[in-house]
Design a protein around this ligand. Structure first.
Ligand code: E4P
Length: 214
């Protein structure tokens, strides 16, 4: 499972890209607003930090305008993937962009039938939102079950669309993404840092360092 950084904050991307394990970046309008810079400026900076798919989300709502907006972002760099919301206009836009060989990431996916629509239209990626689904249903496995359903469906029907586990809130979501066989997990900075931690690692390191001094 590849690891993407789910952030548009440049200092965070700089730091995590220096670890050498980040294969891509996803942004969305909320993350861009938090970053304090425009989407265009974020794209210009991120492409120099991470050499992999960088998702940029369209703001337009109708298919033709989405395609025009998508063309602008995709002209900026070869690694740009256009993030399209899961709507009928979005599905139409994915179909048109696929014909233009522009890669797409269909976002705000909460059901297997939405993922089927996106994949049938030719989406390069679908992003099922684990955390938001668990929040809504007040469970800790609805996101996992959704990922599994989509994974099984793509396998049964031989879709090439890759699954990006999104809206990850904690380490359990990362483990569930692995268990479900997601192709990619897009992970926020806070969770990326938690992934290297364990209390026994810290304790063990302390013991080994003391021993090394002797
Ligand atoms: C990534 O592609 C999604 O936009 C992101 O993971 C959503 O996360 P959130 O539910 O924490 O806003």
């Amino acid at each position: 499972m590849k690891i993407f950084a789910d952030t548009a904050i440049i200092s965070e991307i700089e730091e995590v890209s220096s670890w050498g394990i980040i294969s891509g970046v996803t942004t969305n309008p909320s993350l861009i607003a938090k970053s304090g810079i425009s989407l265009e400026d974020a794209i210009r900076k991120i492409v120099n930090l991470v050499d992999g798919p960088i998702s940029a989300e369209v703001a337009e709502a109708d298919a033709e305008s989405m395609v025009e907006e998508a063309k602008l972002y995709s002209r900026m760099h070869k690694n740009i993937v256009i993030k399209i919301p899961m709507t009928i206009e979005g599905v139409k836009a994915v179909k048109l962009l696929t014909a233009l060989k522009i890669k797409t990431n269909v976002t705000l996916v909460f059901t297997a039938s939405q993922a089927l629509m996106a994949a049938t239209a030719g989406a390069t990626y679908v992003s099922p939102f684990m955390g938001r689904l668990d929040d809504l249903l007040q469970t800790n496995d609805a996101g996992y079950i959704l990922l599994k359903e989509i994974k099984d469906m793509f396998k049964t029907y031989n879709f090439k669309t890759q699954i990006i586990a999104a809206s990850i809130r904690n380490l359990e979501h990362v483990n569930q993404s692995l268990k479900a066989g997601a192709d990619i997990a897009t992970i926020p900075y806070k969770v990326l840092k938690e992934m290297v931690k364990h209390e026994l690692t810290d304790k063990g390191l302390e013991i080994f360092r003391e021993a090394a001094k002797k």
